[in-house]
Every structure is written in C-alpha cells, then in structure tokens.
Design a protein around this ligand. Structure first.
Ligand SMILES: NC(=O)c1ccc[n+]([C@@H]2O[C@H](COP(=O)([O-])OP(=O)(O)OC[C@H]3O[C@@H](n4cnc5c(N)ncnc54)[C@H](O)[C@@H]3O)[C@@H](O)[C@H]2O)c1
Length: 302
C-alpha cells in the first residue's frame, strides 16, 4: 500500500487532502500539533501523531512510517501573526520545512509536495499572475513560504529529492475557521448563519481568485504522479469581486438585507487572480467546482 505522510492533516486543507487519500486507498499518517487544526477534522481511517514539525522526533516518525511521499501543509498561516511575531512564523514555516526536508533526505523519501501561497507574489504587477511573476512578498508569511520553496529546490539539487510547489489562491470550503484569520468566505458564511449582514472592507469591488478546497486536494494528489520539480499555481484563473461573492452567499442563505461596508484595510491588495495554465498542462488538473456549487457546499456543511 502506498504510504503518504500529511503534515497539517488536521487542518482545513490538509484534512480534505487526507479524506481524498483515504477514499483512494492510500495509507496515511498525519503529523499535526493541533495548534489550529482539530481532532474533529481527522479522518478515522488514518494514523495520527501529535507533534510539532520543528521537533527532532520528526525524523524518527518519518523513519518508522517510511512514506513514499510527503504532503506538507502544516504552517503558521496568519499574515498578521507573521508581521507581529516574525521569528515564530519563520521558525515554523522555514525551520519546520527544513526539518521535514532533512527527514525526507535521511529516509530517502521520493517526493515532497509543498503548500505555498499567492502571498509570495505580493502586489500583482500584471494579471493573471503566472508563476514567472516577480517574487515580492509584503509580509513575513509570504517570505517564509517562499523560503520554504527555495529549500525544496536546494534539496532537489543537492540530494535529488523530487518536489512540487503548489501556490494556492484563496482557498475556501467546509471546515475553514471563521475565527481570527479565517478566509473571507467562512467569515461571511458565519455572519449569515447567525442572521447578521456580512461586513465588507472597502467598496467590495476588490477581486480575488476563490478556489474550492476539494479542487486543491485533487491538485495535491495529482502532484504525487506528475509536475516533478515544478512550481504551479492552484487557482480558478477567474477574478471574483467581494460584492459578487456576498450576493451569491446572500442568495444561498435567503438573506434579504444589505452588507455592511467599512473603511478599506491598509495594505489590502485590490485585484488578484492567478493563471492556472501551467498546472493544467503539467498535472492535467482543472478546477471542477463552480463558485456557486462550492459556496452551497460550504454553507451547508459549515
Ligand atoms: N487557506 C488558504 O486560503 C491558503 C492559501 C494559500 C496557502 N495556504 C497554505 O495551505 C496550508 C494549509 O492551510 P490551512 O488554510 O488549511 O490552515 P490550517 O491552520 O487549517 O492548517 C494548518 C495545520 O497545520 C498545523 N500546524 C501548524 N503549525 C504546526 C506545527 N508547528 N507542527 C505541526 N502542525 C502544525 C495546524 O494545527 C493545522 O492543522 C498552509 O501551508 C498554508 O500556508 C492556505
């Protein structure tokens, strides 16, 4: 049986990847310290070890499990935390990633798939943002995610460890946390489910690329077989305004009130969407979920 180690498998995206792997008959080990992940998210068909990815014990865990591949989702994911506590962000996202790479090297794992982010690009210079766009992160998180990417490339060059870097756009779906730095979709859904109007910062004309979590999961699984040593955006290639998003969600919720508009937040990017031409070619992957369907599922299952 093919063995896959998933770090962060109790989190939002990681747990959907795990569900898909289990459904497809893989043997899965999850390593997660439950800092933002939840035991409730964990598929009962997996092995689980509660461990920090920075821990020295990780090497023994990887050696015992002997994974064929590692899917690395665990991270410090909050942009504000990365600005307020950059050392902590770098410890988890850079040192944690290096620790995993070291374990992969020692155990001779064949491939690692790494969750990166559109945050590595910073303010877009052109749209859609493709993988050749300059790297200009505007926060510790974007920089630490990109540094992880660079280490993957280094470990490939030095030791032949294969990798795929997947740079996700704005991921949404069931199990996304609405607390703290949760995605905008989960925050709007939570407000509507409580009978309150969604709160929009700015005029709502800002655009983002919203990709459904199950499409992100299937991209990770496709990367087990192809896209070796490639950097790939995972996106819909479509800009959606925050106003359109809110209107779709209001329809789903049957909410007839108006959204509340607040002052725009300093430093927010106005327009962003990512090209998915390369991942379509490399992984033969495409997003299957329309925004309407994905939002319905999210609303139903939150
Ligand atoms: N959600 C998005 O829109 C988005 C966009 C771009 C990239 N990403 C990336 O996708 C990945 C998953 O993000 P998510 O949205 O599911 O967030 P999440 O917070 O739900 O998942 C992260 C998981 O990692 C675990 N974790 C954190 N630090 C750890 C540590 N030191 N040791 C072990 N486990 C640890 C958490 O407990 C959690 O289960 C992250 O790498 C993130 O940077 C997410």
């Amino acid at each position: 049986m093919v063995r896959i180690l998933v770090t962060g498998g109790a989190g939002f995206i990681g747990s959907h990847i795990v569900d898909m792997l289990v459904e497809q008959g893989y043997r899965v080990l999850v390593v997660d310290n439950l800092s933002t992940g939840k035991l409730d998210n964990l598929n009962p068909g997996v092995e689980f070890i509660n461990l920090d990815i920075c821990s020295i014990e990780l090497i023994k865990v990887v050696a015992d499990f002997q994974p064929n591949a590692v899917i690395h989702q665990a991270a410090q994911v909050s942009v504000p935390v990365s600005i307020e506590q950059p050392a902590d962000d770098a410890r988890i996202n850079v040192m944690g990633t290096v620790n995993i790479l070291e374990a992969c090297r020692l155990v001779e794992v064949k491939k690692i798939i790494y969750a990166s982010s559109a945050a590595v690009y910073g303010e877009p210079e052109y749209l859609p943002v493709d993988e050749k766009h300059p790297i200009k992160p505007m926060c510790g998180y974007g920089l630490s995610k990109h540094t992880g990417e660079r280490y993957l490339k280094l470990f490939h060059d030095l030791y032949g460890l294969k990798f795929s870097v997947l740079r996700y756009a704005n991921v949404y779906g069931p199990r996304q946390d609405a607390l703290g730095e949760g995605g905008v979709v989960s925050k709007f859904v939570e407000r509507l489910q409580q009978g309150f109007p969604p709160v929009i910062y700015g005029n709502g004309q800002q655009t983002r690329d919203f990709v459904y979590v199950k499409d992100v999961a299937s991209a990770n699984i496709a990367a087990l077989f192809s896209g070796d040593n490639q950097v790939l955006n995972v996106s819909t290639n479509e800009p959606t305004s925050v106003n359109k998003l809110v209107n779709l969600l209001k329809d789903i919720a049957g909410f007839s009130g108006e959204a509340e508009y607040m002052q725009p937040r300093a430093g927010d990017i106005v327009h962003s969407y990512l090209s998915n031409k390369k991942i379509k070619e490399q992984l033969n992957w495409r997003p299957r979920w329309t925004l309407e369907l994905g939002l319905k599922e999210t609303y139903k299952k939150r």
